[in-house]
Design a binder for this molecule. Structure first.
Ligand SMILES: Nc1ncnc2c1ncn2[C@@H]1O[C@H](COP(=O)(O)OP(=O)(O)OP(=O)(O)O)[C@@H](O)[C@H]1O
Ligand SMILES: [Mg+2]
Length: 246
């Protein structure tokens, strides 16, 4: 097992955001946690990355208890995150933004290999490499955020709501790329998403999160076919609920 998260409790003051959830990832898996606004998805990822403290629970990564490690130590251990809303440094160039991904990890990273590899994965970043990140479109910034997380060759990539603000065609492209990274480079990926259909389609397994609790779990293909899940979470059932566009 690559990651084992047990009995996670996360609170902000009196607000109980995550209420004793457990999940695990095998090496080479692509797993999604899907759920609505405020279900606790970002809180879970932040707690795995070490940005938000756990009130209770343990996180074991590569058989080592990392519950008390700081975020930079977890990054060094091989966990990287693509944050919600692709937070890039607006005034730094695309290239400089990529370099921020190796801060504190410099020694072991061969830039002459990694940079061309990332530019091949995301050709638009090569074209824009000397432009400030603020001049990139939302979709391009999302690609930059992914590239910045990949530059250090992580063992586990955490991806927060990567589809947000992207047009459907770009959502497909980004998910395709995550699938390729998983299947070809055996990168283990944990995706949290409101866009349940797109993320389930590329996932091996998934967990359904509802106000801080896991209410369903199983093979992604089974969840995609489950009539109840379809109706409530995928917006493809009889209820025909609207997706995230607003
Ligand atoms: N810093 C914070 N202070 C107080 N409450 C917070 C904080 N961060 C999150 N919360 C609350 O915790 C709950 C879970 O939030 P979280 O951001 O983890 O949800 P989410 O599933 O990522 O939602 P979204 O799909 O909107 O990104 C929400 O009720 C939210 O209001
Ligand atoms: Mg979120």
């Amino acid at each position: 097992m690559l990651l084992d998260a047990r009995n996670l409790h996360i609170s902000y003051g009196d607000i109980r955001a995550v209420d004793g959830i457990s999940f695990s990832l095998e090496k080479g898996e692509l797993v999604s946690i899907v759920g609505a606004n405020g279900a606790g998805k970002t809180s879970i990822l932040n707690s795995i990355m070490g940005i938000v403290p756990l009130k209770k629970g343990t996180v074991v990564f590569e058989n080592e208890d990392i519950t008390s490690l700081a975020a930079h130590q977890r990054a060094k251990a091989g966990i990287r995150m693509v944050p919600e809303r692709a937070r890039v440094f607006p005034r730094l160039t695309v290239y400089e933004n990529l370099l921020t991904g190796i801060y504190g990890l410099r020694k072991s990273i061969k830039l002459d290999v990694q940079i061309p590899w990332l530019y091949d994965l995301f050709p638009i970043l090569r074209e824009r490499k000397d432009q400030p990140a603020v001049t990139l479109s939302g979709g391009e910034q999302q690609q930059l955020a992914i590239a910045r997380a990949l530059i250090s060759n992580p063992t586990l990539l955490l991806v927060d709501e990567v589809s947000m603000g992207l047009m459907p065609k770009l959502v497909d492209q980004v998910f395709d790329m995550l699938k390729q990274l998983n299947r070809q480079k055996e990168l283990t990926i944990l995706i949290v998403e409101q866009n349940a259909v797109a993320s389930l389609e590329i996932s091996h397994r998934a967990y359904v999160l509802e106000t801080g609790t896991i209410v369903h779990q199983g093979a992604a293909s089974e969840l995609l076919e489950d009539p109840k899940i379809k109706e409530v979470y995928l917006g493809t059932g009889t209820q025909n609920s609207q997706a995230t566009s607003s």
